[in-house]
Design a protein around this ligand. Structure first.
Ligand code: 5GP
Ligand code: MG
Ligand code: MG
Length: 175
């Protein structure tokens, strides 16, 4: 099917916002050793940029990969971990770095899973919050942008594995 892309966030807007977000996160964790956990694949670009604007002495990085069973673009309650965390998390301060929070099912599941490792804290940072679409409540502690609707690509986000490499964020307009 033919589609076109409409620009939603320019690379400059993203860079500007990430500087502010980096400050917020750095204030929160200035005296706490931090573990960033990126949710693959979508969050890898955001995590890479975010970690480089943090002013913190100690940051560790790990990744998880989740598969959610849903129809096409939306997830349902069923989530499976296909790649788990490898770093020990016990007693550590964990910040989950996610691309988009939509229904909330994915993050609700992941947060419960991470709590089994007995970390000192688990907070959530997302690149885009689609707050109006939430089906299950999840507390988002840090967010770069709130965008209510539309299927978004670029900056790590894909549409059938395409467009992750684009430096800005676009809405897919189906023709
Ligand atoms: P949910 O919060 O519904 O469980 O799932 C959110 C996940 O679905 C996101 O982490 C992201 O991977 C994917 N997702 C939700 N909305 C979009 C979107 O607009 N574009 C892309 N590429 N993925 C999305
Ligand atoms: Mg995701
Ligand atoms: Mg995807």
């Amino acid at each position: 099917m033919a589609e076109s892309l409409k620009i939603i966030l320019s690379p400059e807007e993203i860079t500007q916002r990430l500087k502010e977000l980096g400050e917020e996160i750095s204030r929160e964790y200035e005296d706490k050793p931090l573990v960033l956990i990126g949710v693959l694949k979508g969050a890898f670009v955001f995590l890479a940029d975010l970690m480089r604007v943090l002013r913190l002495p100690q940051v560790e990085v790990d990744f998880v990969r989740l598969k959610s069973y849903g129809f096409s673009d939306t997830s349902t309650g069923e989530v499976q971990i296909t790649k788990d965390v490898e770093l020990p998390l016990k007693g550590k301060h964990v910040l989950v770095v996610e691309d988009i929070v939509d229904t909330g099912y994915t993050l609700a599941y992941l947060k419960d899973h991470l709590l089994l490792h007995e970390p000192a804290s688990v907070k959530i940072c997302c690149f885009i919050d689609k707050a109006e679409r939430r089906q299950i409540p999840v507390e988002i502690h840090f967010k770069a942008f709130e965008i209510p609707k539309g299927f978004l690509v670029g900056y790590g986000l894909d549409y059938a594995e395409r467009y992750r490499h684009l430096p800005g964020v676009y809405e897919v307009i189906k023709k």
